[in-house]
Design a protein around this ligand. Structure first.
Ligand code: FAD
Length: 336
């Protein structure tokens, strides 16, 4: 039996582990991570499916990642698993102070009912001149990760809570290592491109809000969810602080109140800070490394920045393809 290790229990690690365990039932798959839900970055993400463009990844690949993730989560949102998995449809507005050069993003035909906002809809946002309306998905990882973990165990996977200090530690026990350690890759594989982009959000009680509002400034948004509304946020490059900043809490409530005045009446339930595992482009590739005298294939799947929930299932399927290729090459028949 060939043995696969997946490092990381965020949305990227669990999506990858489930894809491998379900597609390759003859393998033994173990997920190892220092932190599990509710203590990962993924847990606090608003989880709205929405993407920016990465500069050096072919557009065809970015569209495939988005589409695979969207279709996978849409099936869940429209099934009886939706409440337990924390995956729902979410409609709303993306508003701009000035019309952008690209009026339809690359994923506009992959979400549901994408259209430009009418003048009458824009009257509600007097500082904004342009907007997009669409229905996307909200995937709440505080429910989705435990749900994926159950699915992984059902498929025969095993989990182990453990910090991996070096991939060498795994080289004797596994035939393929899959690295989904997010920001941890900075140290684990010495990736100097990896850096944090700090984000602070607040959970508020405002059950009357049903539609998302996202300002194109990238740091003002209101995302109604299943149990609370997430309001945000901040985007601070290279900032490693994990503490909630009271000044930023005030700023978030002011900015969001400017878009939706009733936010002033919402009860603040708490604040949360996460570090987006950022890189110029996500790294989804395979290398064969020399670990303790053995040549071990390592499949990397990390660096999703602000779009990890959006792209996780799509990049997981690519990682599965790279694992298949690695297992084929290391199988005894292939060596003959
Ligand atoms: P993580 O969730 O950070 O998981 C990394 C895992 O690796 C953890 O289990 C960790 O313990 C483990 N690990 C690391 N190093 C080691 C080691 N040495 N040994 C063992 N285990 C290790 N994305 C969206 O798509 N939509 C959104 O609306 C959205 N909103 C966001 C809002 C905020 C405020 C923030 C901060 C992020 C948001 N994101 C959003 C981005 C999203 O959260 C990330 O892209 C995503 O969580 C990355 O997932 P991951 O699995 O790569 O990393």
């Amino acid at each position: 039996m060939q043995r696969v290790a997946v490092v990381g229990a965020g949305v990227v690690g669990f999506s990858t582990a489930v894809c491998i365990a379900e597609a390759l039932p003859s393998c033994s798959v173990t997920l190892l991570a220092e932190k599990f839900s509710p203590h990962t970055t993924s847990d606090g993400a608003a989880g709205i499916l929405f993407a920016g463009e990465f500069p050096d990844i072919p557009m065809e690949t970015q569209r495939r990642w988005f589409k695979s993730s969207f279709d996978h989560l849409l099936d869940i949102a429209q099934s009886q698993h939706s409440p337990e998995a924390g995956v729902i449809l979410s409609s709303g507005f993306h508003i701009f102070k000035d019309a952008p050069a690209v009026k339809k993003p690359f994923w506009s035909d992959l979400v549901i009912g994408f259209r430009l906002m009418t003048d009458s809809e824009l009257k509600r946002f007097p500082d904004h001149k342009f907007g997009q309306a669409f229905t996307t998905i909200k995937c709440e990882c505080s429910s989705y990760l435990p749900w994926l973990q159950k699915r992984f165990i059902t498929a025969g996977g095993q989990v182990e809570q453990r910090k991996v200090n070096s991939l060498q530690e795994l080289s004797d026990s596994y035939d393929v290592i899959v690295n989904c350690s997010g920001l941890g890759s900075k140290l684990l594989v010495g990736d100097d491109q990896m850096h944090p982009v700090r984000g602070q959000v607040l959970k508020v009680e405002a059950p009357w809000l049903k539609h998302f509002i996202k300002d194109a400034d990238g740091k003002t948004y209101i995302y109604p969810g299943i149990h609370w509304v997430t309001v945000g946020g901040t985007r601070q490059e290279g900032d490693w602080r994990l503490q909630v900043d009271d000044g930023e809490t005030k700023g978030i409530l002011e900015r969001c109140g400017g878009l939706e005045p009733s936010i002033g009446k919402a009860k603040v339930l708490g604040g949360w800070v996460g570090l987006r595992p950022s890189r110029k482009n996500p790294r989804v590739e395979r290398e064969v490394t020399q670990l303790r005298g053995r040549r071990v294939p390592v499949v990397h799947n990390y660096g999703h920045g602000a779009f990890g929930v959006t792209l996780a299932w799509g990049t997981a399927l690519d990682a599965l393809g790279l694992v298949r290729q690695s297992l084929h090459e290391t199988s005894p028949q292939a060596r003959l």
